[in-house]
Design a protein around this ligand. Structure first.
Ligand code: FES
Ligand code: FES
Length: 159
């Protein structure tokens, strides 16, 4: 049986977006298929890899486990597309390239979202802990964590 459709208006990367989707749709699918924001990737589909990371109302979440209909009108969502166009995201992107934090690139959008969340919200944890939910099969974590720490240090120097 087909799920009924629901409609929501969210602030996605700073723009109000009104979307209609099936009541049982995952946020990952609404972002990718309805809003054409393909930065969030489907890796495991089970909340284990972080490839689909987004920030919802200031919280880092995996969009593959987020029921879209559970997000009310007015929810604020930041995706990899929004991150990369921000000042912090630009700094992170530069550091990731400088430190060799990108190889195949599959995990990179999710890593960027988690790192952006870490730099923007400044939780009392280190970069490695902040990225613990994001898996990378290529680089190991040293270069990625170094890139995030370098971006944090650059931010502090610039005040
Ligand atoms: S695809 Fe969502 S956590 Fe892996
Ligand atoms: S760069 Fe390939 S999975 Fe991380």
């Amino acid at each position: 049986m087909l799920s009924p459709m629901v409609e929501r208006s969210w602030h996605v990367n700073g723009t109000l977006a009104t979307v209609a989707f099936a009541a049982d749709a995952r946020l990952l699918d609404v972002l990718r298929d309805t809003l054409a924001m393909t930065g969030a990737k489907e890796g495991c589909g089970e909340g284990e890899c972080g490839a689909c990371s987004v920030v919802v109302d200031g919280e880092l979440r995996v969009s593959c486990l987020q029921l879209a209909a559970a997000l009310p009108d007015g929810t604020t969502i930041t995706t990899a597309e929004g991150v990369v166009h921000s000042t912090t995201g630009e700094r992170l992107r530069r550091m990731m390239l400088d430190r060799g934090g990108v190889q195949c690139g599959f995990c990179t959008p999710g890593m960027m979202v988690a790192a952006w969340w870490y730099l923007e919200t400044k939780p009392p944890i280190d970069a490695r802990t902040a990225l613990a939910g994001n898996l990378c099969r290529c680089t190991g974590y040293q270069s990625i964590c170094e890139a995030v720490e370098a971006a944090a240090n650059a931010e502090e120097r610039m005040g």
